[in-house]
Design a protein around this ligand. Structure first.
Ligand code: AHR
Length: 656
């Protein structure tokens, strides 16, 4: 299939050489179509241990004993453990959002008599000479108790330890301590011995590395956020994805339960816990430590627009498809209105005040809101209409994003496309998880889209090569190259395609449910896939205006396996070309510039290529497929771009 996409090739000796190309005419005279600063963004969902066990740096799994099995992740240890030493108490309505805690009977316990171990998400990544911050909520009846806190390596040797004294207290209180790790341990553990005599209640037992993003206590994993920062994303879509919808309505994403004090954020099962039988993750829950406040803060840190997607009163239609009756949608609509108030409202408003109390009095300046994820059918349209009416009446400037369903074409797509256009939707969220051939064959998808209708948000996409979904194959160069080809078509049409995001974003090597993914991590490291570097090359070379670039009067969208888009960067006064040669032969592409003349300096050339289409990155070879940067002299007369086989080449050309 791949080779059959090639046309116009001749074989000379043993190498394939493309037939002579007609010039690409690049017209810089009439630059009117602006590229949105939001064009290339990221899609975040708590899938594949993306949040808990991933970017949310908490190391303790099941810190509040709220998993379905309350001691999942924990091991009780010591000689006293059999004597009813541990009990799970449920406070019920007294603490509806965090009902359970652990009661430990510490009876004249000396060293090694009673304790707890936590295994972390897939072990705990510990770094040599790094401080780890422990905290717990406790109540104590009886004599003082000493906690002996320990970091362990894989051989159960102690690599960090400290003691913490607890004195009697009727009220819950939070205590903190810190430990230094003497070793780097990819899969460590945490242990806590209790010595003394009393009845000890524990909840929210927590351990964080101190090297979080911006050093925020209880914050995010810095290496993972840095990977996002390096993409310079125009927006951050959050929290998904199917997680928005929930397997059933009771497990839908409810933003109000993810803000305020951590101990009041209700833990729920993660829908990816059970979604795929071959990748079940019984220990996958959502703590919401990365909740909506932290999300807005992250978007702000990254200089990105926040783009939340909310439930529209429908559970995932691939699962239960539960519907909220239309006359009972008020709560859902109110949640959407209140989210805007939380993000943008004055501190005198209820939700604006909560934002300020959480440490951010200034508004987050929310401009976009998605209603529903991958919902379809008349049921969706009916609910969307209710939301749209209420949201537009109160916040006419908020741009609303409507779902085009899960598929890129077919009856579900066609129905919604027609309905959403009739509704004059602001932005339509189209998704495509397709094979490389589809991406290569659809680079012209938007060339003839209606220019007067709704704008497009390519809200989730990824090229799926054979074998990827069962994990037999990793994100490879074939997938990335086909995405790059398709993205030239998004960029060429960025007068209507205003946003695009690859999905999903993160995956833990031992905790994934869905592949491919943009960034892979283990407990200590992360690496970008070839697709990541494609995203980065597009995003960091976005430009401000679309430039017409035609060969024989047509955009290059697959002829001779070539794909090109051209943009103008008004700040730097540079012409930026993105050129994909998806074929098996090198190509020389003559270029003709019209309307502006080259300035001084050199062409900055960035190229992504790999020896084989199967090439992939990994923890041990994180940059096997990564951009190579070089400078090329500005040609005097004849302009030609040399495009080796199977490459993405980006040129930044200084202009007068
Ligand atoms: O990105 C993974 C999943 O794909 C998303 O949760 C969902 O929206 C889509 O089907």
């Amino acid at each position: 299939m791949w080779k059959s996409l090639l046309t116009g090739l001749v074989l000379t000796g043993s190498t394939l050489v493309a037939q002579e190309q007609q010039p690409l005419q690049i017209d810089l005279t009439n630059l009117k179509d602006e590229i949105a600063p939001t064009m290339w963004g990221v899609f975040f969902e708590d899938i594949n241990l993306g949040a808990d066990g991933g970017i949310y740096a908490e190391l303790i799994k099941n810190r509040s004993f709220e998993f379905y099995k309350p001691l999942m992740g924990w091991k009780t240890i010591g000689t006293l453990k059999q004597e009813g030493g541990f009990r799970i108490i449920n406070r019920g309505l007294q603490a509806e959002r965090n009902p359970r805690f652990l009661r430990v009977e510490v009876k004249n316990a000396g060293a090694g008599a009673i304790g707890l171990e936590n295994e972390g998400f897939r072990g705990m990544g510990l770094k040599q000479n790094l401080r780890y911050d422990f905290s717990t909520w406790y109540r104590l009846e009886g004599k003082p108790i000493t906690l002996q806190l320990e970091l362990l390596n894989e051989q159960e040797q102690v690599v960090g330890t400290t003691k913490l004294q607890l004195t009697a207290s009727d009220e819950w209180q939070k205590v903190e301590a810190s430990l230094l790790s003497s070793a780097t341990v990819p899969k460590g553990k945490f242990r806590c011995w209790m010595e003394g005599d009393g009845q000890l209640d524990l909840d929210m037992i927590s351990l964080f590395p101190s090297d979080t993003w911006k050093g925020r206590k209880g914050g995010l994993r810095a290496d993972m956020v840095q990977k996002l920062a390096d993409l310079k994303p125009g927006f951050v879509r959050f929290p998904g994805g199917c997680i928005v919808e929930g397997h059933e309505l009771s497990t839908r994403y409810q933003w109000k339960k993810t803000v305020g004090p951590l101990e009041e954020r209700q833990v729920i099962i993660n829908r990816w816990n059970t979604e795929f039988a071959h990748r079940s993750a019984p220990d996958y829950f959502q703590s919401f430590g990365l909740g909506f406040f932290e999300y807005f803060q992250l978007a702000e840190d990254l200089g990105s627009e926040p783009l939340p997607i909310l439930n529209c009163g429908m559970a995932c239609q691939f699962n239960t498809g539960e519907l909220v009756p239309l006359d009972q949608l008020d709560e859902y609509v109110q949640d959407a209105l209140d989210l805007i108030e939380f993000a943008n409202g004055d501190v005198s408003t209820k939700w604006g005040k909560l934002r300020a109390d959480m440490g951010h009095p200034a508004p987050f300046n929310l401009k976009y809101l998605g209603v529903g994820n991958e919902n379809w059918g008349p049921q969706y349209v009916e609910r969307l209409q209710v939301f749209t009416k209420a949201l537009k009446a109160r916040y006419p400037d908020i741009q609303l994003i409507s779902s085009a369903g899960p598929f890129s074409n077919g009856p579900l797509f066609d129905y919604l496309d027609k309905e959403l256009r009739a509704m004059k939707a602001d932005l339509i969220d189209e998704h495509y998880y397709r094979k490389p051939e589809w991406f290569l064959g659809n680079a012209n998808r938007y060339d003839n889209y209606d220019r007067k209708g709704p704008k497009i948000f390519a809200g989730e996409y990824a090229s799926h090569v054979e074998g990827i979904s069962n994990g037999l194959v990793r994100n490879n160069w074939l997938a990335a190259l086909s995405e790059a080809a398709f993205m030239t078509g998004l960029e060429r049409n960025s007068d209507i395609v205003r946003m695009a995001s690859y999905a999903p974003l993160f995956a833990h090597l031992e905790g994934w449910q869905w592949t491919p993914d943009l960034i892979w991590v283990d407990n200590l490291n992360s690496y970008g896939t070839p697709s990541y570097y494609v995203q980065q090359l597009f995003s960091t070379n976005r430009g401000t205006h679309v430039v017409k670039a035609l060969q024989a009067g047509k955009p290059l969208a697959g002829q001779d396996s070539l794909y090109v888009s051209a943009v103008w960067d008004d700040a730097k006064k540079e012409l930026v070309l993105k050129m994909v040669n998806a074929g098996d032969a090198a190509v020389e592409l003559p270029l003709q510039l019209k309307g502006k003349k080259p300035g001084k300096g050199t062409i900055q050339a960035m190229q992504l290529q790999a020896d084989s289409l199967q090439a992939a990155n990994s923890i041990s070879a994180p940059r096997q497929v990564a951009p190579q940067v070089s400078s090329l002299p500005l040609p005097k007369k004849a302009w030609k771009a040399n495009l080796p086989a199977r490459t993405l080449t980006v040129w930044r050309i200084p202009m007068k």
